[in-house]
Every structure is written in C-alpha cells, then in structure tokens.
Design a binder for this molecule. Structure first.
Ligand code: SAM
Length: 227
C-alpha cells in the first residue's frame, strides 16, 4: 500500500499570481505547515488565496540546522509543503537537502508540476528544446572560467539564471568563450508586466543591453556549439 505523503514540494508563481495550479492550492490548504524560504513572501501568496496555515522558515541559511527536527516531525505524521519565493523548490532554491533526507528516511514525498522560470525562457527562445542543459547560476568567482571553458564545447542548448547586475559581464564572457556570433536569448521578467525576450547574436544583445539597462529577473538561453 502507498504510504501517506508527508512532504509536498509545491511550485509557486514566478511573477503572475494566477500561475498556480488548482492542485497546488488544494495541497497548501490541506497540509499542517508550510515551509517557506521567506515567510513574508509566501504569507502574501497564501493571503492572496485566502489560505491560513502556519508558516515556518526554511532557507539556505537554516536548512542544515532544522533538517533533523523536520524529518522527525514528518515521521510522526505531520504533513508539510515546501515552497520557495518563486517557481519550483529545488531548482536554484532550497529543496534538494530536505528531499534527499526525507527519501533516506523512507518518507513519501510528491513534487507538484508547476511554474519554473527556465521552461518558458527555453521554449520561447526558439532554440532547440529537444536536448538542453540547465546550469543555474554560474559561479561568481572560483570555477567560473573552468565552467565557461567546459561549456564552450557543449552542443546542447544551455540555460543560465542571472542577475541584472551581472548580465553585461556574463554576455561579454559568452562572446569571449563561445564566440560573438553565438545565438543567445535573454528573457526578463517572465509572466510580469514588463516581460521581454531578446534573441540574437551575443554581440547584438551586448549592444542592446549596453544602451538599455537590464532590470528584473533574467534567464539566458544559449545555443549549443554547432556540431
Ligand atoms: N525556483 C526558481 C525556478 O523554479 O525557476 C528559481 C529561483 S532562483 C533563486 C531565481 C532566479 O530565477 C532569478 O535570478 C532568475 O534568474 C530566475 N527567475 C525567477 N523568476 C523569473 C522571472 N519571472 N523571469 C525571469 N527569470 C526569473
């Protein structure tokens, strides 16, 4: 018999509050506690949907500390939902550690399908989406050059998360390591009022974002090296 699910990983909107599934709302209404990366951000979402649930902090800075106690509570039957500030928990967000430990403890978990920023960015880039790699955030310092050198050989479409403050530098390095003609697609503020996607050779996008300061949240999709 299937054991009772005690941990749900619940994706939440990446901008547009309407992007939450009916099932996600049902689960959030049914659990005993919502573990949230930022209780204020998630509190706002729950309030919007008139859901009243106890919220508990679970983020990169306390996950190791609270992990054992959370597993114990789930073993005792408490049902929890994990949400991050936006998108799918575990995708460049806390979630991996809790999932791994819950599975190790033999607990039953479920991850609901739902919003995540890289999928719309990839699909609307027009770059091949049959095979791709997700790199998340490039290392800021140590390991950055090595990663770029390795990725210069990558033939699949590559996906990166980036902050607006580093976009310029990252595009300059893409031009340097991948070539100025490599096609890239920059998606900003997906699902939000000022959503924008620009696709073209990296040299053109560099010029565009030199003239127009990039703001908001960003996904960069890069064509793989031609085979
Ligand atoms: N868990 C999230 C997901 O499933 O996509 C990712 C969280 S990560 C901490 C935040 C990064 O995701 C941002 O810096 C940006 O690169 C990307 N991102 C999140 N929301 C976005 C949006 N609305 N438009 C473009 N990029 C977004």
């Amino acid at each position: 018999m299937q054991e009772k699910t005690v941990l749900y990983l619940v994706p939440t909107p990446i901008g547009n509050l309407a992007d939450i599934t009916l099932r996600a709302l049902d689960i959030l209404k049914s659990v005993d506690v919502v573990l949230a990366e930022d209780t204020r951000t998630s509190g706002f979402l729950l309030k919007h949907y008139d859901i009243r649930k106890p919220l508990q902090s679970f983020h990169n800075f306390n996950e190791h500390k609270v992990l054992g106690a959370l597993i114990k509570r789930m073993q005792d039957g408490e049902v929890m939902a994990l949400v991050s500030d936006a998108g799918t928990p575990g995708i460049s967000d806390p979630g991996f550690l809790l999932t791994r430990e819950a599975l190790k403890a033999g607990l039953t978990i479920e991850c609901l399908p739902g919003p995540t920023a890289f999928v719309p960015a990839l699909v609307k880039s027009g770059l091949p989406s049959d095979r791709f790699i997700f790199e998340g955030f490039l290392p800021h310092k140590k390991g950055r050059q090595t990663a770029l050198k390795t990725l210069a050989h990558e033939t699949r479409t590559m996906i990166f998360y980036e902050s607006p403050y580093r976009l310029q530098k990252t595009l300059e390095q893409f031009a340097e390591y991948f070539g100025a003609d490599r096609i890239v697609s920059v998606s900003r503020e997906l699902t939000k009022l000022y959503e924008e996607t620009k696709t073209g050779p990296v040299s053109e996008l560099l010029q565009y974002f030199t003239e127009k300061e990039a703001k908001g949240e960003i996904v960069i999709v890069v064509a793989g090296r031609p085979e």
